[in-house]
Design a binder for this molecule. Structure first.
Ligand code: NAD
Length: 301
């Protein structure tokens, strides 16, 4: 049993913290939203008055926050005043940041933690809110081998697949690469299916052909973007549930910024980002990202 401070009880953090409680850990949580804290208390958790209060006896700190600025603000605080949460942690404490953020912020927090004798891993997740509830998330971890070994048993209470991608920041880079590829596969699959349909083919027949041919990919196999082709997909449920276009746009923004920083050529990622951005701007930001299929028509693309 470990004393864990959990910061950020949102759509993902709430169920993740609940799974830590179920696994028998002592979890003290903090969120800026009171209702999120009340729900956590109702399931047997302890609510803190502040992030500083939450970490008072913590051996492990986990954060699940919206973006890099929130993570930097929490751990590093104000640069002049050096009042970040890291300065309050005991030496040897382990920090796990599971937010999806830019790799540079992860590396900065990792460096500062290291200077203070604190262990740090970035551990962004894949699997969405359903995976967070079911405790089946994939964690893509960046950090030193020793820190990864300490984090792994804690992450096992919230996830199924725990990967070590490399040093601090590597978890974020691996997640960005995966999601950029996913956006390209989903856009390409939608494009091919739409062209087939516009040439008189049945979407299910074409899907069955391509899934057994060289165009086979994850989107065709498990997440077909055409309504009615596959049971249980967001496409067959008015594109509700799943992975929102707004979140894909956030991840593509991070991927393009990383590509720019490393001077990497990502023409396919850039084009996919443009398509998803336009689709979101047309009011579809809260739909599942496979709704990009709807964006493909002779009028729109
Ligand atoms: P969310 O907006 O539902 O939750 C974020 C929570 O953080 C909110 O409750 C907010 O009040 C709290 N918060 C913000 N600043 C805080 C601070 N300084 N102190 C304490 N609490 C603070 O977001 P989410 O959907 O839970 O996503 C969290 C992270 O996980 C994001 O980085 C997101 O990109 C990533 N992610 C989300 C999904 C998904 O399907 N929702 C999937 C994979 C990864």
């Amino acid at each position: 049993m470990t004393n864990i401070a959990f910061i950020g009880l949102g759509n993902m953090g709430g169920p993740m913290a609940a799974n830590l409680l179920k696994a028998g850990h002592n979890v003290v949580a903090f969120d800026l939203v009171k209702t999120a804290l009340d729900e956590f208390v109702n399931i047997g958790g302890v609510a803190a008055r502040s992030a500083a209060n939450a970490v008072e006896n913590a051996q492990v700190v986990i954060s699940m926050l919206p973006a890099g600025k929130h993570v930097a603000g929490l751990y590093l605080g104000n640069e002049q005043e050096k009042n970040g949460l890291l300065t309050l942690l005991a030496k040897g404490c382990l920090v796990i940041d599971s937010s999806t953020i830019d790799a540079q912020t992860s590396r900065s927090v990792g460096l500062c933690a290291n200077d203070l004798g604190i262990k740090f891993v970035d551990a962004p997740v894949s699997g969405g809110t359903a995976g967070a509830k079911a405790g089946t998330l994939s964690f893509i971890v960046g950090g030193e081998v020793e820190a990864f070994a300490l984090a792994e048993p804690i992450l096992n209470a919230m996830g199924k697949n725990i990967f070590h991608a490399g040093p601090a920041g590597a978890g974020q880079v691996a997640k960005m690469c995966n999601n950029m590829l996913l956006s390209v596969l989903m856009a390409g699959t939608s494009e091919a299916l739409r062209m087939g349909v516009e040439n008189g083919l049945d979407a299910k027949v074409l899907s069955d052909i391509m899934v057994k041919s060289s165009g086979r990919n994850w989107a065709l196999e498990i997440y077909n973007p055409v309504p009615g082709v596959m049971d249980g997909t967001p496409a067959s449920n008015d594109y509700q549930g799943g992975f929102m276009v707004d979140l894909m746009n956030k991840d593509l923004g991070l991927a393009l910024a990383a590509a720019q920083a490393s001077d990497s050529a990502v023409p396919m990622g850039q084009k996919a980002a443009e398509l998803f951005k336009d689709h979101g701007a047309e009011g579809h930001g809260r739909l599942d990202f496979s709704s990009i299929y709807q964006h493909y028509s002779s009028k729109k693309v």
